[in-house]
Design a protein around this ligand. Structure first.
Ligand SMILES: Cc1cc2nc3c(=O)[nH]c(=O)nc-3n(C[C@H](O)[C@H](O)[C@H](O)COP(=O)(O)OP(=O)(O)OC[C@H]3O[C@@H](n4cnc5c(N)ncnc54)[C@H](O)[C@@H]3O)c2cc1C
Length: 388
């Protein structure tokens, strides 16, 4: 008798496999339906996996890469695709090798998973409150919101602590602690970033395309190329969300945007000199509108301390250098990540040192397992190109 706590993607997948091997499986979920989070994944379309090799997949894992190596090599992204296809879900591959259901409906993913769980006893609206191991009977005692039940093995698939309205409220950490597990402080991953600069709200929603977000943290450097945008109090968009996964455990973070990553400082200066020479009677604002989104120009001028009305024929060499260096290194003042609940993924969780990567079994309690987001793993940044 196996209990699975949580009927999200992880719990359903485990339930389907175990029941197909003849195991008696009971899945508990506090919600009125299973897979509530799956419905909102991939903007309602669910990006199932990526059509890539196991190695490529692992290269994009931000935390827990070594821990996941065996699991991903044994069950590769292609195995995930085959699993869904073999269970009747047609899939398609889109830009960035992202795999989606052909129907574009995340709900079809949940339906497919539920189909594999047809032999499981699924108990909805039933929250597990505690898990205790009884040494005299060698059984786990689960106290739920409705009753007390006994099991030989327990799989904790309760998810992380973000998007808590979908049911992932961090209960798995509580159960893990009951068995002496260490919990790495949960924090948001794939999360927007708050900045101290007051101008953000004035250009909220403004997209910056083909820029490079550069970051220094804990003596490391990371830069990501792609698209970002400003929010009421910070920045978001693909490269920002991806960057958050690298910096979410650091206090001292330096952020800067390179608006012209394809050009060196010298090349950019040459380009600006050319612009100046053909527009000698125009002002700086006019020139900068050719280099930046129109609405960003006042913010840029303010940061560079330059007068947008100044005619380009009176711009000095040192002012030109300031323009170049500000375009190549527009500093943003990091404040913190947006709250954990808004993270697409929770980073942190059950300490991987205490889990057997071959079986996901606790090293502290035989018969107790932890799977997927409740663990201290963060698997995935396919949203943009990582430069270093
Ligand atoms: C907006 C958004 C978009 C995303 N898009 C994608 C995407 O396109 N592709 C992708 O791979 N990932 C995506 N993710 C991430 C992905 O959804 C999660 O990583 C994944 O759902 C984790 O699965 P899980 O089963 O571990 O946890 P969850 O899906 O969170 O499931 C945990 C389940 O446990 C239940 N539960 C918790 N505590 C208890 C308890 N005490 N008793 C009973 N039940 C309990 C909850 O009700 C819940 O159903 C996205 C996430 C978000 C928020």
């Amino acid at each position: 008798m196996i209990a699975i706590i949580g009927g999200g993607g992880a719990g359903l997948m485990a339930g389907g496999f175990l029941s197909s091997f003849g195991q008696s499986v009971t899945i508990f979920d506090g919600n009125e339906k299973c897979g509530k989070k799956i419905y909102i994944t991939g903007k309602g379309r669910c990006n199932l996996t990526n059509a890539c090799s196991a190695e490529e997949y692992l290269n994009n894992v931000v935390r827990g890469q070594k821990f996941m190596m065996g699991a991903i090599r044994r069950f590769s992204p292609q195995d995930t695709i085959d699993f869904f296809e073999n269970n009747g879900l047609k899939t398609k591959i889109e830009r960035g090798a992202r795999v989606f259901p052909l129907s574009d409906k995340a709900s079809d993913v949940t339906k497919t998973l539920l189909k594999t769980c047809k032999d499981c006893n699924i108990r909805l609206n039933e929250k597990v409150e505690s898990v205790v191991f009884d040494k005299t009977t060698n059984k786990f005692i689960l106290t739920t919101s409705k009753c007390i039940m006994h099991f030989d093995k327990v799989i904790v698939a309760t998810g992380g602590k973000s998007y808590s309205l979908t049911g992932s409220t961090g209960d798995g950490y509580k159960f893990a602690r009951m068995f002496g597990h260490n919990i790495i402080k949960p924090c948001g991953a794939l999360c927007a970033i708050e900045i101290k600069d007051k101008f953000a709200s004035s250009i909220m929603g403004l997209p910056l395309k083909n820029v490079e977000l550069k970051c220094k943290f804990d003596g490391k450097r990371k830069s990501l190329f792609g698209e970002m945008m400003f929010t009421d109090k910070g920045i978001t968009g693909p490269i920002v969300l991806s960057m958050s996964s690298f910096i979410n455990r650091s206090e001292n973070v330096e952020l800067a945007v390179d608006f012209k990553p394809a050009l060196s400082e010298e090349e950019l200066e040459t380009r600006i000199l050319r612009d100046f020479s053909v527009n000698q009677n125009k002002n700086l604002t006019y020139i900068l509108r050719g280099l930046l989104p129109k609405n960003f120009v006042p913010v840029f001028l303010n940061k560079a301390g330059l007068d947008g009305e100044k005619k380009v024929n009176s711009v000095t060499a040192s002012e030109r250098k300031i323009i170049v260096s500000t375009l190549k290194n527009f500093e943003l003042s990091f404040s913190k990540l947006y709250p954990l609940d808004s993270g697409i993924v929770t980073s942190g969780g059950v300490d991987l040192k205490e889990i057997n990567p071959k079986s996901m079994e606790s090293k502290l309690q035989k018969g107790l397992y932890f799977i997927v987001e409740v663990l201290d793993i963060d698997c995935g940044v396919f949203l943009c190109k990582i430069n270093n």
